[in-house]
Design a protein around this ligand. Structure first.
Ligand SMILES: C[C@H](O)[C@H](O)[C@H]1CNC2=NC(N)=NC(=O)C2=N1
Length: 94
């Protein structure tokens, strides 16, 4: 059963994800992306979707034209878990 990250774990892990911000209300990490146009944005979303399926861990996200907003939080844990950290790193590596 996946558990929420402790405060110490968060303090150790979040600095390694400088492009992501902690959304305290949702207890997740968030990042906004801007692309040249919709096609670029949708292509990015397609690549993230494949990462998510491979990880069996899925983003909460929205897309408006060239903008993609992603929130990563673990529903099974009720908040931020290692799975969110791992998926954020995989997204950053795209
Ligand atoms: C049954 C399946 O493994 C679970 O529902 C997975 C799917 N993707 C998920 N994604 C996220 N963000 N949180 C989860 O708890 C989660 N659980």
């Amino acid at each position: 059963m996946v558990k929420k990250l402790s405060d110490d774990a968060r303090a150790a892990l979040l600095p390694g994800l400088p492009a992501w911000t902690l959304d305290a209300a949702r207890d997740g990490i968030a990042r906004s992306f801007r692309f040249k146009d919709f096609v670029e944005a949708f292509g990015f979303m397609s690549r993230v979707a494949l990462l998510a399926e491979k990880a069996d861990h899925h983003p909460e996200w929205s897309n408006v034209w060239n903008r993609v907003d992603i929130l990563l939080t673990t529903h099974d844990a009720g908040g931020l878990s290692q799975r969110d950290i791992d998926l954020a790193k995989a997204i950053d590596a795209l």
